[in-house]
Design a protein around this ligand. Structure first.
Ligand code: PMP
Length: 388
């Protein structure tokens, strides 16, 4: 059963006067509130209770290399990847983190050569996820340093390349860009899930990062996981976690395990709303409406186009419907973030992604109400700005 849009939206009826210009619509962060509607429908199926005596210990499984990983979470992560077919888990170690943000830092620590006179360069192809530059430079590490756009990187020895696929901000399916044989690769697969894109093969890289924030919508639980092929790298990542936070909240892990388990069940039990089908139809519907608005007014804005690919999980053809729209202004406006901000729509400028200020990234995962207001405003903005 597919979700029904909460508010009807007729382009021809929308005028400047009957839309709400006052509320600030924040599409800057990728806050995944869109998923609330699915989880509300699940009612109390994901409730967990913990008694006062439970989960006191620092340790979750001393036999595991990642000794703070809850066995139930490990089990459900494996079950979900095996069911969806988006990543090979069997010959990989699982390291849990406080969001995949912490795992980005842990993998940089673990993969950087420890005894070099100079920090190793870290690159990613522009437009790249804006947090990479911040995370890499934040503590001015002696191990690694941000070296910007991978397209412009002149390789000289080893380097680390962050590959985000589908990419944040522009949804493109990506491969490494630097053509060097001493590259150490980190694959950030936060969006490689069937609601966003076709699952074309199980990813099988040395270091792969995932997060519940973008797979299930539970960003507030702060749970991410890394699939790591090499034992020593997994051990160093675990050490990083031990030194920075002595593990990861057990309550959050147990809740995430329950949620991942529920998603698996929803794919196998026809009496339940299939999590991926449900949210995939929300994404399709939102993208259709956004494209309709953008098309309606003389192509003032443009959006990327994505190829149709066969999804092995849904057994159907699917185009990528990214969690963010990468909107570009074709008109004379040079600063699209500023233009939209002037209409109380907060987005993130292309500049922050190492790209053009004529582009912005905006979240497609907001609440229905906010998304509806955003579309109405966008339509009027392009009509009015175009006419001036
Ligand atoms: N990688 C990418 C590509 C992301 O978009 C995000 C979230 N915006 C993260 C990592 C971090 O996610 P988390 O909430 O798990 O820290």
């Amino acid at each position: 059963c597919s979700p029904i849009p909460s508010a009807s939206f007729a382009i021809s009826e929308t005028t400047e006067n009957n839309i709400n210009w006052d509320t600030i619509i924040n599409l800057d962060h990728g806050d995944p509130i869109m998923y609330e509607s699915y989880w509300r429908k699940m009612g109390n199926k994901c409730d967990i209770t913990l008694s006062g005596y439970q989960s006191l210990s620092y340790f979750a499984n001393v036999k595991n290399l990642c000794w703070f990983l809850e066995p139930k979470l490990e089990e459900e992560i494996k079950r979900l990847h095996n069911l969806v077919g988006n990543a090979i888990v069997d010959d990989h170690y699982i390291v849990v983190g406080t969001g995949s943000s912490q795992l980005i830092q842990a993998s940089l620590y673990a993969l950087s050569p420890p005894n070099e006179p100079e920090p190793i360069s870290v690159v990613s192809a522009a437009p790249f996820y804006s947090a990479y530059a911040e995370v890499v430079n934040f503590v001015k590490s002696g191990l690694y340093k941000w070296a910007g756009d991978a397209h412009n990187f002149v390789k000289n020895g080893s380097y680390i390349e962050l590959i985000t696929s589908p990419n944040n901000p522009n949804g493109v399916i990506r491969k490494p860009v630097v053509n060097g044989d001493e590259g150490i690769l980190i694959h950030d697969l936060a969006y490689y899930w069937p609601q966003y894109t076709a699952i074309t093969s199980p990813a099988n890289h040395d270091v792969m990062l995932f997060t519940v924030s973008k797979s299930t919508g539970h960003a507030g639980s702060r749970i991410g996981w890394a699939l790591v092929r090499d034992k020593e790298v997994a051990r160093k990542m675990t050490k990083f976690m031990e030194i920075s936070t002595i593990g990861v909240s057990k309550e959050a892990q147990l809740r995430a395990a329950k949620i991942l388990g529920m998603i698996c069940d929803s794919c196998l039990d026809p009496t339940l709303d299939n999590f991926f089908e449900y949210n995939k139809s929300v994404m399709i519907e939102r993208w259709q409406r956004l494209r309709q608005v953008v098309k309606a007014n003389d192509h003032f804005f443009t959006l990327p186009k994505y190829p149709l690919q066969y999804c092995l999980f849904t057994r159907s053809f699917y185009e990528t419907h990214p969690a963010f729209a990468w909107l570009m202004c074709k008109g004379s406006e040079d600063d699209l973030e500023k233009l939209l901000k002037g209409h109380n729509i907060l987005t993130r400028s292309g500049k922050k992604f190492g790209s053009d200020p004529k582009c912005v990234r905006l979240s497609m995962l907001s609440r229905d109400e906010d998304f509806n207001i955003f579309l109405q405003r966008l339509m009027v903005i392009q009509r009015v700005t175009n006419a001036n």
